[in-house]
Design a protein around this ligand. Sequence first.
Ligand SMILES: NC(=O)c1ccc[n+]([C@@H]2O[C@H](COP(=O)([O-])OP(=O)(O)OC[C@H]3O[C@@H](n4cnc5c(N)ncnc54)[C@H](OP(=O)(O)O)[C@@H]3O)[C@@H](O)[C@H]2O)c1
Length: 331
Amino acid sequence: MDHKKIKWGIIGTGKIAHTFATALKDVDNTELYAIGSRNMESAKKFAGEFNAPKAYDSYEEVAKDSSVDVIYVATPHNLHYENTMMCLNNNKNVLCEKPFGVNGKEVRGMIAKAKEKNLFLMEAMWSRFLPNIIKAKEIIESGEIGKIKLLTSYFAFQSPHGAEHRQFNKDLCGGSLLDIGIYPVFLSLFLLGKPELFTALASIGKTDVDNSISMTFKYKDQTLAVMYSSFMANADIFAEVHGEKGKIVIPNKWFTPVDIKVVKTNGEEIPVHFQFKSNGYNYEAEEVVKCLHKGKKQSDMMSWDDSLQLIDMLDAIRKESGIIYPKHDDI
Ligand SMILES: NC(=O)c1ccc[n+]([C@@H]2O[C@H](COP(=O)([O-])OP(=O)(O)OC[C@H]3O[C@@H](n4cnc5c(N)ncnc54)[C@H](OP(=O)(O)O)[C@@H]3O)[C@@H](O)[C@H]2O)c1
C-alpha cells in the first residue's frame, strides 16, 4: 500500500539527535525535513549533514512549519514537558525522548494535551522496540525457562563529564536514575510488571543528583528484580532473567541491538541471532510512522499507560531515595 511520506522535525541538535537522524535514513516513508536549534549555526550544520531542507534557530519555528508531521524532542530532561507541550499546542505529533517528563505530573499534562488536541504522542523508549527485548518477553511467556525467580539488570559507566553536563546538572534534572537507571526499571516493568514492594538507595554527588542508585523490586510470588545504574563505574551492562528451567542472557549492552541466548539448567545453550537494521533507533521511528499512517494517537507497544507506569515508578524511587528536582514542582 502507498503511504504518505512522513516529514520529521527534530528539536535539539545533540548526541541522540544525531543518532536518531542517522536511523531515519533507514526508515521507509520518512523524510528528515526540519531541524530546530537554539542557534542557527548548529541547525544549519545538522541540516547539512542529514540533507534536511529546513534549519531554524528556534524550536518553535519547527513546530509552526505546516509541512512538519511529527517532531522528535531531543533536548535535556528538564525541557521535555515544555518542548512537548509547545509542539502539541502547535498541532504537531510528538515522539519525546526518555524520561518522557521529569515526574508523573508532567507526563499526565502531556497526555492530557495530546488527548485534547487529538494528536499522536509517544515516549522514545527505544529498547522497547528492539527485536532482542521483544524476543526475551516472548521466551518468558512461552514458559521455555519456567517460572521466573530473579531478574538482574544494570547500566553503569564512568562518566567523563563535569558538573555542568546534563548528566550531573541538577537544573537539567541530571542524575543516573532518570538518564540510565530508567532502562533497568523499564525492563523489570516490561518483563515482570509492577512490583508489590521495592527498595532504593542512592549515592548523591556534589551536584546534588544521584551518581549511582541501586533498586530491588519484589513481586507477589517472591520473584526479585535487582537493578543499578551509575555514572561512577565501568561495570558490565547486562541483563539476565533466571527461571526455574534456565535463563535468558542479554549481554553487554543489553538495551541495544545485541544477540541473546537461552541457557538451560542442564547447561545447553540456545543462541538467538537477529538481523538488526540500522543502529536500532529505526524501530521506534518505524512504530511512529506506522501509528501515524493508521491515524493512531498512541502506540500499543509503548502506550500512555506504559509511560505512566514507568514515570510513577521513577517518582516512587526518587521519593524513597531522596532525589528531588524542586524546580519541577516535584514529587
Ligand atoms: N534513547 C537513547 O538512547 C538516549 C541516549 C542518550 C540520550 N537520550 C535522551 O535524549 C536527551 C538528550 O540527550 P543527549 O545525550 O543528546 O544530550 P546533549 O548531547 O547534551 O544534547 C541535548 C541538546 O538539547 C539542546 N539544549 C537545549 N537546552 C539545553 C541546555 N540548557 N543545555 C544543554 N543542551 C540544551 C541542545 O541543542 P541545541 O543547542 O541545538 O538547541 C543540545 O544539543 C536526554 O533527555 C537523554 O535522556 C536518549
